[in-house]
Design a binder for this molecule. Structure first.
Ligand SMILES: [Zn+2]
Length: 70
């Protein structure tokens, strides 16, 4: 599944949609490999999902900046 294209950026529904991301490196590049989902960046199969706001909090805690909201 292609997360970047499946979520319409800019719509009001965007904030309500959970994002799926790698629990290890927080990458949004998640690929369905048949037996489950796999992170394309680090290869982890630990996939988490959360609201955009929660993801931003995690991203800021890990990388020092938010991904979606400034
Ligand atoms: Zn990863």
């Amino acid at each position: 599944m292609d997360i970047d294209k499946s979520i319409p950026i800019g719509s009001e529904e965007y904030n309500e949609e959970p994002v799926y991301f790698c629990a290890h490196c927080l990458s949004l590049a998640i690929k369905d490999v048949g037996i489950g989902y796999c992170c394309l960046d680090c290869g982890s199969t630990s996939i988490a999902h959360a609201s955009i706001e929660k993801y931003d909090e995690l991203h800021k805690a890990k990388y020092g900046k938010k991904k979606f909201y400034k």
